[in-house]
Write a protein that binds this ligand. Structure first.
Ligand SMILES: CCC/C=C/C(=O)SCCNC(=O)CCNC(=O)[C@H](O)C(C)(C)COP(=O)([O-])OP(=O)([O-])OC[C@H]1O[C@@H](n2cnc3c(N)ncnc32)[C@H](O)[C@@H]1OP(=O)([O-])[O-]
Ligand SMILES: NC(=O)C1=CN([C@@H]2O[C@H](COP(=O)(O)OP(=O)(O)OC[C@H]3O[C@@H](n4cnc5c(N)ncnc54)[C@H](OP(=O)(O)O)[C@@H]3O)[C@@H](O)[C@H]2O)C=CC1
Length: 283
């Protein structure tokens, strides 16, 4: 059973209905628990029915599931149709299903590039269109919020060029559709996230996982609960005010161009020095 929110009112999202793709595992599961704690009803989606069923069972009342592949329009329509049949409305879509594999840019095979694009760009767009067309566009008084999960930092990610390109495309579409669908009451926000303490992170090469926390200025991994709070915040009315923007939650990695502290300018203790003060005040 999802417990109460530690920071939000229990009725923040009362009466609201959300779909969370990839809601059966890790970050999507935690976001689902937080949306439930804020009073929303949540339909989780993913390909593995048994994973969804176990999560829905654990999270309890208010959480249900429809299995399907977000890359297939027929599946996306079925997920959206299932949510509308069950609840009669849709207010929030969290496009959280996504991912990539770790590979230097020059070794990305064409097939692998297409797989990453198809999941992250096409999957996100397919779900977004399915929800917008079935529930929001051209319906006065309707509308809702799309939260697109993307990846930070934005200034280059070693061995992640395919996903960097895919998530940049999603952020561009977020900004563009926010303008196109504004009059239909549809808000779109991207949540660009850094490195989180998840089971899913552990599939990467050991050194990447081991150094991940120390490579960001905050010096720790993001916590799943922090991601979940961000999703609930963006699902609240403030999401409409942020429409078209990308909110970053990444331990400040986006502010910096390398590991922290920067090895080339840190002293032997790893401290970035402060310059000496001027001996004399300027004349
Ligand atoms: C610092 C971390 C920050 C971010 C963290 C997270 O996001 S954590 C969240 C993490 N969670 C996730 O990432 C979950 C979602 N991720 C996924 O489902 C997959 O990683 C996917 C995105 C590749 C899509 O899968 P799919 O079923 O559509 O594709 P498929 O399996 O059929 O492969 C197609 C082609 O891709 C290529 N290729 C694939 N893998 C490798 C590899 N290891 N090596 C080399 N190449 C690889 C290969 O060309 C392959 O063709 P082949 O050679 O087989 O003929
Ligand atoms: N963990 C981290 O540190 C970071 C994560 N992210 C992003 O956050 C999001 C969530 O990741 P996280 O929870 O860590 O990882 P997971 O691997 O647990 O999440 C991926 C989820 O998406 C679902 N999924 C994958 N492909 C499809 C598909 N084609 N159709 C429907 N569902 C699908 C999976 O379920 P199933 O396999 O059953 O379909 C799974 O539940 C992803 O977009 C990820 O790239 C970004 C930066 C860092």
């Amino acid at each position: 059973m999802a417990g109460p929110s530690e920071i939000f009112r229990p009725d923040l999202l009362a009466g609201r209905v959300a779909i969370v793709t990839g809601g059966g595992t890790n970050l999507g599961r935690q976001a689902t628990a937080e949306l439930l704690a804020c009073g929303a009803q949540v339909v989780i989606a993913g390909r593995r029915e048994e994973v969804l069923a176990a999560t829905a069972d654990e999270l309890g009342e208010g959480c249900s599931y429809v299995s399907g592949d977000v890359r297939e329009r027929a599946d996306a329509d079925r997920i959206v149709g299932g949510a509308l049949d069950r609840h009669g409305r849709l207010d929030v879509l969290v496009n959280n299903a996504g991912g990539q594999y770790f590979v230097p840019a020059e070794a990305i095979a064409a097939k692998g590039w297409r797989a990453v694009m198809r999941l992250n760009v096409e999957g996100t767009m397919t779900m977004t269109h399915a929800v917008a067309e079935a529930a929001w566009l051209g319906r006065p008084g309707a509308g809702g919020t799309v939260i697109n999960v993307t990846v930070s930092p934005h200034h280059g990610m070693p061995a992640m060029a395919h996903t960097g390109a895919a998530r940049a495309a999603v952020e561009a579409l977020t900004a563009e559709l926010a303008e196109r669908w504004r009059e239909d009451g549809v808000a779109l926000v991207a949540a660009a996230i850094g490195r989180f303490d998840t089971e899913s992170l552990r599939k990467y090469p050991e050194i990447v996982v081991r150094q991940a926390a120390r490579s960001v200025p905050l010096q720790r991994l993001g916590r799943m609960q922090e991601f979940a709070w961000l999703v609930a915040f963006l699902a609240s009315p403030v999401g409409h005010g942020l429409s078209g923007t990308t909110v970053t939650l990444d331990g400040a990695a986006d502010n910096w161009w390398g590991a922290w502290p920067p090895e080339l300018i840190a002293d032997d203790e790893g401290t970035v020095p402060t310059e000496a003060r001027r001996a004399e005040p300027p004349a």
